[in-house]
Design a protein around this ligand. Structure first.
Ligand SMILES: Cc1ncc(CO)c(N)n1
Length: 236
């Protein structure tokens, strides 16, 4: 099974705007390590041991709670209604839909809600969240989009690939949240918001500016932290 076709050679990875596309290209090695991670391959064919799925879900619960807060932080950095609307929609979806699903999936696997809430944070999770925190404290809207978009749009890219496969039924509920058509539509919208936000702040030639390099660095660090998070889930 081949996962995660990078978009750089005109192949069929979904297109979430030109700046995101370029971010993916500038860290192609890390991006492929993320998108093609064994965790997703084994989730797709059903060979992932349930204990690793549960380990992932429990750490991901901690992750998503902070991830939602980071989108909340973005609302205060947005410059117009479309940026603020996008961030509040993300926060709403994470808090009221994704986290709820994690609770239910954990319950199904024998982890009751209280036990989930008491999960000890793994250092890989802590390191990842620290990166959000650091950039959130000093960065503006586009810094935060560079930091958060690999997580959100990366999982959407994985979802779009999984949608083209006949996946095993075992982890179907989780898979469906990322393959869902509405989810893809909202990701394309986020890609457009990112493009507009960058042009508004850095101009049409944003990619030639010094600031652009910082955004690429932030994006690459998140991508690497995603890989570490998945490695942790397989070894946990
Ligand atoms: C670690 C991680 N990254 C991204 C997503 C997608 O929202 C997720 N659920 N967990």
């Amino acid at each position: 099974m081949i996962l995660g076709r990078g978009s750089k050679n005109g192949n069929d990875a979904p297109y979430y705007g030109r700046h995101f596309d370029q971010w993916r290209i500038t860290c192609a090695t890390q991006w492929h390590a993320f998108i093609q991670h064994k965790f997703f391959l084994s989730l797709a064919d059903g060979s992932l041991p349930p204990k690793n799925f549960v380990y992932f879900l429990r750490q991901d619960y901690i992750f998503l709670l902070q991830f939602a807060r980071a989108w909340g932080q973005i609302t205060s950095k947005g410059s117009d209604i479309s940026e603020i609307r996008m961030a509040t929609a993300m926060m709403h979806q994470l808090i009221n839909s994704k986290l709820q699903m994690h609770i239910e999936l954990c319950n199904d696997e024998g982890i009751d809600t209280q036990k989930l809430f008491e999960t000890t944070e793994n250092p890989a999770t802590t390191a990842y969240l620290k990166h959000f925190e650091n950039v959130g404290a000093s960065g503006d809207f586009i810094d935060l989009m560079a930091v958060l978009s690999p997580s959100f749009l990366g999982y959407a890219e994985i979802g779009s690939f999984l949608a083209s496969l006949k996946t095993a039924p075992k982890y179907q509920r989780w898979i469906t949240t990322y393959t869902d058509k509405n989810h893809q539509v909202s990701c394309h919208h986020i890609g457009r918001v990112i493009d507009d936000a960058i042009v508004q702040r850095l101009g049409a030639d944003a990619m030639t500016t010094e600031r652009w390099q910082t955004l690429c660095d932030r994006f690459r660090i998140t991508t690497k932290l995603e890989v570490n998070f998945l490695d942790m889930s397989l070894s946990g």
